[in-house]
Design a protein around this ligand. Structure first.
Ligand SMILES: [Zn+2]
Length: 398
């Protein structure tokens, strides 16, 4: 850790740069204590590593900083100094006795109090959720920043994200969903945006790099997002994914495959209108192709043109699928008020733009044309190419 309490109770912070000679003199004349547990801590002034405080061996401190890596301390220190340089009121490792939590950094910005957590090692989902909820309860806005080492592209614009990685998603003022990360070695933020998961683990996304020296807090909280979505890329990745999992399906995928088989559908012959990318799809863990096929079976398949479809009816079917665990929501703790059904509404909006549905009222749609199911691979390919060509312009802007 980078702060400790002195004998007189004041906080001594290593966030401000000190010369080693000064620190050596201070160390000889002062005693330091852990602000969380009150135990004695030692000031470590090694040559290679970052100056820090450490509990003496044998002390049992529940403090979260025990075992923190130098990588973490370095990142935390850089983020603290970065905020301070911008004239933002900021405190390093501020211990809030009311919630018994010590976020890495607390700062005030734009009338809000933020609790910044720079996360370099996996913690349990339970702890993440508990801490985030406590911040909200005590009027902090949580700002979790992931270590960039976890954010690696598998291929260009394809990222593998675990359920835990999705915990880091937050919403910008203009409603973009972003995942911020930071690397102290590169002194650079990496921000993932325009994230469209096509499977439980993989997503198409954009990544932008921002040097800490050229970036202000506003650009991290509300980066300028340019959506460069490629439908052709999405389509290709999903196709590849479908082929993979159908060869080695898990029990829940088997259930899906059996159901579509009963409905005379074939995974390889689904039309391009099923499996569309939508903005809020990351709130649903189940792949888009699956939940959209269920919607097709539940509400679209048996309708004929001019028939009405009410979103409340759609929601009932959707909730039934959730109840049966056929559709699974994803936990995104920093966005507790978000409903995954918004993704379904967005999907209906997409179908409206494609001319399949027409909006009639706040919750009512009318079917205009039936989604036709391809009969052969060749027909499917033709339909897909035609679909991409025809909707190129609007598919690039979701
Ligand atoms: Zn302690």
């Amino acid at each position: 850790m980078l702060t400790a309490q002195t004998k007189s109770g004041t906080i001594f912070s290593l966030g401000t740069e000190h010369k080693k000679e000064t620190l050596l003199i201070i160390r000889d004349n002062e005693e330091f204590f852990c602000p969380a547990c009150g135990e004695r801590v030692s000031l470590k002034l090694g040559n290679q590593r970052i100056y820090h405080f450490a509990h003496r061996s044998g002390t049992v401190c529940r403090d979260s900083y025990e075992g923190e890596t130098f990588y973490h301390m370095k990142g935390k220190l850089q983020l603290y100094q970065w905020l301070e340089r911008q004239g933002i009121p900021v405190a390093l490792e501020y211990y809030d006795s009311k919630i018994k939590q010590r976020p890495d950094i607390v700062f005030q910005y734009d009338g809000n109090k933020y609790a910044l957590e720079y996360q370099c090692s996996p913690i349990s989902e339970e702890i993440f959720i508990k801490r985030t909820a406590a911040y909200y309860e005590h009027n902090y806005i949580p700002l979790w920043i992931m270590s960039s080492k976890y954010l690696k592209a598998k291929r260009s614009n394809v990222f593998s994200l675990s359920n835990f990685d999705y915990f880091f998603f937050r919403k910008t003022k203009d409603n973009h969903l972003i995942l911020p990360s930071y690397c102290p070695d590169e002194k650079q933020f990496r921000i993932l945006s325009s994230v469209y998961p096509y499977s439980i683990k993989n997503a198409i996304a954009n990544i932008t790099h921002h040097s800490i020296h050229k970036t202000g807090i506003e650009e991290i909280l509300a980066p300028n997002i340019i959506n460069r979505f490629s439908f052709a890329k999405w389509s290709m990745e999903m196709e590849k994914f479908n082929l993979n999992w159908s060869l080695h399906p898990s029990p829940d995928l088997n259930r899906f495959l059996r159901e579509i088989y009963r409905q005379n559908l074939n995974l390889y012959l689904l039309p391009p209108e099923i499996g569309l990318p939508v903005n809020h799809s990351l709130f649903i863990q189940t792949p888009s192709i699956i939940w959209q096929t269920y919607l097709y079976i539940d509400v679209l398949q048996d309708k004929i043109p001019k028939d009405l479809i009410d979103l409340r009816e759609v929601e009932r079917h959707y909730n039934k699928r959730i109840f049966k665990n056929e559709i699974i929501n994803r936990n995104v703790p920093q966005l507790p008020g978000e409903r995954s059904f918004n993704a379904v509404k967005e999907y209906f909006h997409q179908l409206e733009r494609l001319g399949i549905l027409m909006k009639k009222s706040e919750t009512g749609f009318q079917l205009q044309t039936k989604i036709s199911i391809p009969k052969s691979n060749r027909e499917k390919e033709e339909r897909r190419n035609e679909f991409c060509q025809k909707n190129k312009f609007f598919l690039a802007k979701i």
